[in-house]
Design a protein around this ligand. Structure first.
Ligand code: NAD
Length: 288
């Protein structure tokens, strides 16, 4: 909807995701002004220089009090501190959302900080990213044709959810809604587990010095499978801490699956091996 417009958006955390959203909103001219805040003055200055934001938030409390929408785009671990920081200045009607990779921890923190959650608080998660971080890597088209999951709570005002959904749609995203716990389980399986497997595989191979050499012989399969092992270590540490239970149960499921495959190989069980490969191939082809 090209008519959609918000006057003032405050983005806290001007990294890859916050910067990309800022750029996307400015490119599509659907907000009056994009104001950026980051604990790193360098990222702020760079954001301004690159035209990612219109203005740097010099006085965060004043900006919070004047914003129509506040987007928390800081690392998962920093969400709680930022919520605490903005709470005293928040107006009733201001929409508050985030882009964090995990949702349960954020909602728990928000309940602790706000007591009763404001109807304008709508957690969110864009399923789009890159192995790069920082405002320099921001990309106005990052969310184009990607999904954004909103996890409204029982307290959330449905108009607030609709308004936020429209904003994401204007930057090209497809918006879905999911319950908080379901989000964390689904993402543990589809995003967190594959990242951890990629990290673990590359680490296992690289650990042995003489193996560093074998990467030279690695072809497309290895490259595809391990691309995400170049992701930000701190971000993945935070995600493991925040979504511990769901991640542990996905690792257990996966470990049992590998053990079944190992058993089939060990026994020379062709039917078992072919069963796994055939089912996986069909499932993989189904979703592309
Ligand atoms: P990033 O490292 O590129 O950016 C994070 C920014 O937040 C940095 O500029 C940092 O200086 C700033 N920051 C940290 N603590 C702060 C604080 N207390 N106050 C103000 N600013 C602070 O990270 P990113 O990739 O943009 O990730 C941001 C969020 O988006 C994370 O919660 C992450 O889980 C989520 N996310 C990331 C991806 C991805 O692929 N990178 C995808 C979806 C969601």
């Amino acid at each position: 909807d090209s008519q959609y417009r918000l006057e003032r958006v405050l983005i806290i955390g001007l990294g890859l995701i916050g910067g990309s959203l800022a750029k996307a909103l400015k490119t599509r001219a659907c907000v009056g002004e994009v104001v950026g805040a980051d604990r790193s003055p360098d990222e702020c200055r760079l954001g301004l220089q690159l035209g990612v934001i219109d203005r740097i938030a010099e006085d965060l409390s004043a900006e919070v009090a004047q914003a129509d929408l506040i987007v928390l785009a800081v690392p998962v671990k920093a969400m709680e501190a930022v919520l605490e920081q903005i709470r005293p200045y928040l107006r009733m009607q201001t929409l508050v959302t985030d882009v964090g990779s995990t949702k349960g921890n954020l909602v728990q923190a928000a309940r602790r900080i706000f007591g009763h959650l404001p109807g304008t608080f709508i957690p969110g998660h864009p399923i789009a990213g890159a192995e790069k971080s920082g405002v320099r890597a921001s990309d106005a088209d990052l969310f184009e044709h990607h999904k954004v999951i909103l996890t409204p709570l029982p307290e959330t005002d449905s108009n607030a959810t609709l308004e936020l959904a429209r904003l994401w749609q204007t930057v090209g995203a497809e918006v879905l809604q999911m319950e908080v716990g379901r989000h964390d389980e689904v993402l543990a399986a589809t995003s967190h587990l594959p990242h951890l497997l990629a990290f673990s595989l590359v680490d296992t191979l690289a650990r042995e010095e003489e193996n560093l050499d074998i990467f030279r012989y690695a072809a497309g399969g290895f490259r595809d499978f391990t691309r995400i092992a170049a992701s930000d270590p701190t971000m993945w540490h935070d995600i493991c801490v925040a979504n511990r239970e769901a991640i542990l149960s996905q690792i257990d499921r996966y470990t049992a699956g590998v053990a079944r495959l190992r058993g089939a190989i060990e026994q020379g069980d062709s039917e078992g091996m072919l069963g796994i490969f055939t089912r996986a191939k069909a499932a993989r082809e189904h979703f592309t």
